[in-house]
Design a protein around this ligand. Structure first.
Ligand code: HEC
Length: 94
């Protein structure tokens, strides 16, 4: 738990320092698509498309999964804004 928090804090700092501005689509392609598929169809990770169980979950579940990791999914280092952008991008496909 402490490790996850430190990891997340470190991640947001790195990102804001670099001042990178990415769209939700770019974040998805760079950080999620290798495991969840370019079209949300799933690969190593489960599908995230509109018929998936994840689609029925609230944003809070998505935020927790992305920032803390879940089961065999590692935490993805993104700041709050980037997490929201990538969720909005995925949900814009529904
Ligand atoms: C290294 C591979 C990997 C990467 C990168 C990855 N995931 Fe995952 N993801 C997984 C795996 C594996 C699971 C299943 C975890 C479990 O339940 O054991 C998962 C689960 C999830 C879930 C929950 C699905 C459900 O049905 O409850 C969501 C939501 C999710 N990932 C979103 C994302 C997003 C958004 C990104 C990019 C920011 C991302 N993942 C990056 C492998 C990955």
């Amino acid at each position: 738990m402490l490790f996850s928090l430190a990891f997340f804090a470190c991640g947001s700092e790195t990102v804001s320092e670099s001042g990178e501005l990415l769209t939700g689509e770019e974040i998805y392609t760079a950080r999620c698509s290798a495991c969840h598929g370019p079209n949300l169809e799933g690969r190593v990770g489960p599908a995230l498309h509109k018929e998936s169980s994840a689609a029925k979950m609230p944003d809070s579940y998505w935020i927790q999964t992305i920032t803390m990791g879940k089961g065999s999914m590692p935490a993805v280092r993104l700041n709050d804004n980037e997490v929201q952008l990538v969720i909005d991008y995925i949900k814009s496909k529904y």
